[in-house]
Design a protein around this ligand. Structure first.
Ligand SMILES: [Zn+2]
Length: 165
Protein backbone atom coordinates (compact mmCIF):
# COMPACT_ATOMS: atom_id res chain seq x y z
CA UNK A 1 0.00 0.00 0.00
CA UNK A 2 2.86 2.38 0.71
CA UNK A 3 4.11 2.78 -2.83
CA UNK A 4 0.81 2.93 -4.71
CA UNK A 5 -1.25 5.22 -2.49
CA UNK A 6 -1.01 8.97 -1.88
CA UNK A 7 -1.21 10.16 1.70
CA UNK A 8 -2.16 13.49 3.20
CA UNK A 9 -2.58 14.08 6.93
CA UNK A 10 -5.25 16.41 8.27
CA UNK A 11 -4.46 16.69 11.96
CA UNK A 12 -4.65 13.12 13.22
CA UNK A 13 -6.69 11.92 10.25
CA UNK A 14 -4.97 10.21 7.33
CA UNK A 15 -6.20 10.49 3.78
CA UNK A 16 -5.01 7.59 1.65
CA UNK A 17 -6.00 7.47 -2.01
CA UNK A 18 -5.00 5.55 -5.11
CA UNK A 19 -5.21 8.78 -7.16
CA UNK A 20 -3.47 11.92 -6.03
CA UNK A 21 -6.31 14.22 -7.15
CA UNK A 22 -8.76 12.34 -4.95
CA UNK A 23 -6.53 12.85 -1.91
CA UNK A 24 -6.21 16.55 -2.73
CA UNK A 25 -9.98 16.98 -3.12
CA UNK A 26 -10.60 15.32 0.23
CA UNK A 27 -7.95 17.51 1.78
CA UNK A 28 -9.89 20.55 0.51
CA UNK A 29 -13.07 19.12 2.03
CA UNK A 30 -11.36 18.86 5.43
CA UNK A 31 -10.13 22.46 5.07
CA UNK A 32 -13.67 23.59 4.30
CA UNK A 33 -14.94 21.94 7.50
CA UNK A 34 -12.11 23.52 9.49
CA UNK A 35 -12.91 26.98 8.14
CA UNK A 36 -16.68 26.63 8.48
CA UNK A 37 -17.10 24.91 11.83
CA UNK A 38 -14.04 24.48 14.01
CA UNK A 39 -15.97 22.52 16.66
CA UNK A 40 -17.17 20.02 14.05
CA UNK A 41 -13.60 19.70 12.75
CA UNK A 42 -12.36 18.88 16.25
CA UNK A 43 -15.12 16.26 16.64
CA UNK A 44 -13.97 14.78 13.35
CA UNK A 45 -10.47 14.31 14.72
CA UNK A 46 -11.89 12.01 17.38
CA UNK A 47 -14.44 10.23 15.23
CA UNK A 48 -12.40 9.47 12.13
CA UNK A 49 -8.98 7.84 11.86
CA UNK A 50 -8.48 7.32 8.13
CA UNK A 51 -10.18 7.85 4.82
CA UNK A 52 -9.18 5.39 2.13
CA UNK A 53 -10.16 5.84 -1.52
CA UNK A 54 -9.74 2.88 -3.84
CA UNK A 55 -8.88 2.97 -7.53
CA UNK A 56 -12.31 1.51 -8.39
CA UNK A 57 -15.13 3.50 -9.91
CA UNK A 58 -18.60 3.26 -8.41
CA UNK A 59 -20.22 4.97 -5.46
CA UNK A 60 -19.96 2.29 -2.83
CA UNK A 61 -18.57 3.43 0.48
CA UNK A 62 -18.46 1.93 3.92
CA UNK A 63 -17.57 3.07 7.42
CA UNK A 64 -15.65 0.53 9.51
CA UNK A 65 -16.07 0.57 13.27
CA UNK A 66 -14.46 0.37 15.78
CA UNK A 67 -11.44 1.18 13.58
CA UNK A 68 -13.00 4.51 12.46
CA UNK A 69 -11.94 4.01 8.86
CA UNK A 70 -14.05 5.15 5.94
CA UNK A 71 -13.50 3.40 2.61
CA UNK A 72 -14.89 4.77 -0.62
CA UNK A 73 -14.71 4.07 -4.31
CA UNK A 74 -13.45 6.82 -6.61
CA UNK A 75 -16.81 7.99 -7.98
CA UNK A 76 -17.81 9.20 -4.51
CA UNK A 77 -14.93 11.66 -4.70
CA UNK A 78 -14.95 12.42 -8.43
CA UNK A 79 -18.69 12.99 -8.86
CA UNK A 80 -19.31 15.15 -5.82
CA UNK A 81 -18.20 18.72 -5.13
CA UNK A 82 -16.07 19.70 -2.15
CA UNK A 83 -19.06 20.98 -0.13
CA UNK A 84 -20.87 17.69 -0.50
CA UNK A 85 -17.73 15.71 0.35
CA UNK A 86 -17.24 17.79 3.48
CA UNK A 87 -20.82 17.09 4.54
CA UNK A 88 -20.35 13.41 3.76
CA UNK A 89 -17.25 13.23 5.98
CA UNK A 90 -19.30 14.71 8.81
CA UNK A 91 -22.07 12.21 8.10
CA UNK A 92 -19.72 9.23 8.14
CA UNK A 93 -17.85 10.38 11.22
CA UNK A 94 -21.17 10.85 13.01
CA UNK A 95 -21.71 7.09 12.75
CA UNK A 96 -18.83 6.70 15.19
CA UNK A 97 -21.01 8.33 17.85
CA UNK A 98 -23.69 5.69 17.22
CA UNK A 99 -21.38 2.83 18.13
CA UNK A 100 -21.20 1.59 21.70
CA UNK A 101 -19.70 -1.51 23.30
CA UNK A 102 -18.72 -3.10 20.01
CA UNK A 103 -21.93 -2.54 18.07
CA UNK A 104 -24.21 0.06 16.55
CA UNK A 105 -26.88 1.30 18.92
CA UNK A 106 -29.73 0.89 16.42
CA UNK A 107 -30.51 -0.69 13.06
CA UNK A 108 -29.20 1.04 9.93
CA UNK A 109 -32.65 2.37 9.02
CA UNK A 110 -32.69 4.27 12.31
CA UNK A 111 -29.00 5.32 12.28
CA UNK A 112 -29.09 6.80 8.81
CA UNK A 113 -31.72 9.57 9.25
CA UNK A 114 -29.77 11.00 12.21
CA UNK A 115 -26.50 11.07 10.25
CA UNK A 116 -28.29 12.66 7.30
CA UNK A 117 -29.67 15.35 9.59
CA UNK A 118 -26.17 16.29 10.78
CA UNK A 119 -25.01 16.33 7.17
CA UNK A 120 -27.86 18.63 6.13
CA UNK A 121 -27.17 21.02 9.00
CA UNK A 122 -23.59 21.42 7.82
CA UNK A 123 -24.65 22.10 4.20
CA UNK A 124 -27.00 24.77 5.49
CA UNK A 125 -24.08 26.36 7.34
CA UNK A 126 -22.42 26.67 3.94
CA UNK A 127 -25.51 28.51 2.71
CA UNK A 128 -26.81 25.55 0.73
CA UNK A 129 -30.34 24.18 0.94
CA UNK A 130 -29.27 20.69 1.90
CA UNK A 131 -32.16 19.38 -0.21
CA UNK A 132 -29.92 16.78 -1.81
CA UNK A 133 -29.75 15.11 1.58
CA UNK A 134 -33.54 14.69 1.53
CA UNK A 135 -33.19 13.05 -1.86
CA UNK A 136 -30.64 10.59 -0.48
CA UNK A 137 -33.02 9.83 2.35
CA UNK A 138 -35.97 9.34 0.03
CA UNK A 139 -34.08 7.05 -2.35
CA UNK A 140 -32.63 5.07 0.54
CA UNK A 141 -29.52 4.67 -1.55
CA UNK A 142 -27.53 3.25 1.36
CA UNK A 143 -29.65 0.12 0.99
CA UNK A 144 -28.85 -0.24 -2.69
CA UNK A 145 -25.13 -0.07 -2.01
CA UNK A 146 -25.15 -3.31 -0.12
CA UNK A 147 -25.73 -5.02 -3.49
CA UNK A 148 -22.18 -4.16 -4.64
CA UNK A 149 -20.47 -7.32 -3.41
CA UNK A 150 -17.25 -6.89 -5.44
CA UNK A 151 -16.52 -3.54 -3.79
CA UNK A 152 -17.41 -4.91 -0.42
CA UNK A 153 -14.87 -7.71 -0.83
CA UNK A 154 -12.24 -5.32 -2.19
CA UNK A 155 -12.77 -2.92 0.73
CA UNK A 156 -12.11 -5.77 3.13
CA UNK A 157 -8.87 -6.60 1.35
CA UNK A 158 -7.74 -2.98 1.47
CA UNK A 159 -8.83 -2.69 5.05
CA UNK A 160 -6.83 -5.77 5.97
CA UNK A 161 -3.73 -4.51 4.16
CA UNK A 162 -4.02 -1.23 5.98
CA UNK A 163 -4.70 -2.54 9.48
CA UNK A 164 -2.20 -5.44 9.29
CA UNK A 165 0.82 -3.26 8.68
ZN1 LIG B 1 -24.60 6.79 6.79
Amino acid sequence: MNTKFYRISKGKIKIIAAKEEDAVKLSEAFDLIKNTDRVEYDYLQKRLKSVIVSSRLGSTNEFFMPERIWLANRSVIVKNDVSWLASLLIHEAFHATQFKNGKYVKSLSKLEPLALRVQKKFLQKLGESGNDVDRVQKNKYWKEMTGDKASSIYFRQLFKLYTDK
